[in-house]
Design a protein around this ligand. Structure first.
Ligand SMILES: *[C@@H]1O[C@H](CO)[C@@H](O)[C@H](O)[C@H]1NC(C)=O
Ligand SMILES: *[C@@H]1O[C@H](CO)[C@@H](O)[C@H](O)[C@H]1NC(C)=O
Ligand SMILES: *[C@@H]1O[C@H](CO)[C@@H](O)[C@H](O)[C@H]1NC(C)=O
Length: 433
């Protein structure tokens, strides 16, 4: 759609200096384009404001924003509001507070067409004890930055322990809560564990599917409700809506955490409920399944268990198939010329839609591969597999993803196990000659 900035570019471009006739023809052309663009812009403006509420709302908010930001009072001015997780001082009426902020800052309102997302991830404050740990964390972060840049998602990397007692997997809840308060303009917070890798850079979250839900996790209802397994879902990657319901859930969920006086009691309860749980400490994943089982009427209908695609998938069964998946995609590209076209990275989403149309019957790239149990920072991996398996798996996944990124930059890692090796991509790749 034509934006006002583009219109003003058109208006300043024509210069009647040399070649009078040609330039006046060009100028006429520009005038025509300006006229046509203006007409399109007006139609667009009319279409966007046909809803009376929208008109009223944007009118009101424009009135409000005539005040400089320092004169507008919002929830941020409430001295009692706490960013921390504290049982005695929960956030109340968050939906109203957020709405009020959005009315004052109307430029951040979205009309449901593209809800804003903030991806939140992070790692511990200290140096990694595994000698390659910090290197891996950097690459894992680069992978997330790449995905977010391609899809217009903002990212927050946290490496401070925001609640001194909430360590390990519990550390994410204080961050998620603080991120909701810091970013009232975002509809979703997307927590992604540091050891999760985006392996389909083109995939877009099907947010429409979650429009009636407030929390999305990868899980299977039979494993949660029938088998009552503590691995019935995975809490390492989740989407949580920026709303009061989520504030309440986090408070309830965090009551089982190490900062709570009931931590030990919860460890015992979880061990009793989940027969397959190995260790005695209360953990967040078991905590969420516990809430689904025991307080289902309160939380169940707003929690979406996703299993149709790899919202996140366990690495062990997946990394072995990546080379074959590349082969499948290459075969299609050999047949379909438009998929071989070089293009700007900004056009990635458009080309991925075209690819969709030709990918029937081909094994899809997994969206997210999660290296659960590998512990890249400490190297303290699950003893059922070797560190070498973890390391090779991460190299493969990271380079597999990086190849999708580097393609827009004209390069490729020909060997997924050698991160140092890159080659330039010839024109019309992967067609030879
Ligand atoms: C490789 O991928 C193709 C389709 O892309 C599939 O038919 C085949 O079963 C896969 N082979 C292996 C070993 O995974
Ligand atoms: C994909 O195919 C559908 C149905 O044939 C078509 O409407 C759509 O324009 C195609 N998308 C692209 C980006 O080519
Ligand atoms: C990886 O590629 C680099 C650069 O070409 C090369 O020097 C190195 O020997 C390769 N490593 C392995 C393990 O093949």
């Amino acid at each position: 759609m034509v934006s006002p900035e583009e219109l003003s570019h058109f208006q300043t471009l024509p210069k009647r200096t040399v070649l009078h006739r040609a330039s006046s023809l060009i100028a006429d052309g520009f005038l025509f384009i300006v006229g046509a663009s203006l007409a399109l812009f007006l139609i667009w403006a009319l279409l966007s404001f046909t809803n009376q509420n929208d008109v009223a709302q944007s009118f009101n908010s424009q009135l409000h924003t005539d005040h400089p930001p320092q004169l507008i009072s919002t929830f941020y001015d409430d001295a009692t509001l706490s960013y921390s997780i504290q049982n005695d001082n929960p956030i109340k009426n968050w939906d109203e507070k957020r709405q009020q902020w959005l009315r004052y800052h109307y430029q951040y309102q979205t009309h449901n067409s593209k809800p804003r997302i903030l991806l939140v991830t992070g790692s511990r404050p200290a140096v990694c004890s595994n000698p390659v740990g910090d290197h891996l964390l950097l690459r894992l972060f680069k992978n997330k930055v790449d995905y977010c840049r391609i899809h217009g998602i903002e990212i927050f990397y946290n490496n401070a322990l925001l609640h001194p007692k909430m360590f390990g997997f519990w550390a994410k809840y204080p961050v998620v809560k603080a991120a909701m308060l810091a970013h009232p303009e975002v509809e979703w917070i997307w927590w992604v564990d540091s050891d999760a890798v985006f392996t389909d850079m083109e995939f877009k979250l099907p947010l429409q599917r979650y429009s009636k839900h407030n929390l999305v996790v990868h899980g299977w209802s039979h494993a949660v409700y029938k088998e009552q397994s503590w691995t019935g879902l995975n809490a390492g990657v989740f989407l949580i809506r920026n709303c009061q319901w989520s504030m309440d859930l986090i408070d309830e969920w965090a009551k089982m955490g190490p900062q709570s006086l009931e931590y030990e009691k919860w460890g015992k309860t979880q061990k009793l409920v989940f027969k397959d749980k190995l260790y005695p400490e209360s953990d967040d994943q078991s905590g969420l399944i516990y809430l689904l089982l025991k307080e289902n009427e309160k939380w169940g209908d707003k929690i979406y268990l996703e299993s149709e695609y790899n919202f996140e998938g366990y690495w062990l069964g997946m990394v072995g198939g990546l080379d074959n998946i590349t082969k499948g995609y290459t075969e299609i590209e050999k047949k379909v010329g438009v998929l071989r076209r070089r293009h700007a990275e900004k056009m990635s989403e458009y080309y991925s839609e075209i690819r969709e149309n030709y990918s029937k019957g081909v094994e899809k790239r997994p969206f997210v591969i999660h290296f659960t149990g590998c512990e890249p920072c400490t190297g303290d991996h699950n003893p059922v597999y070797t560190w070498e398996a973890c390391w090779n798996g991460m190299q493969k996944a990271l380079n597999f993803a990086d190849n999708q990124v580097l393609r827009s930059f004209g390069f490729v890692h020909p060997d997924l196990l050698n991160s140092s090796l890159v080659s330039p991509l010839p024109f019309d790749f992967p067609l030879d000659g």
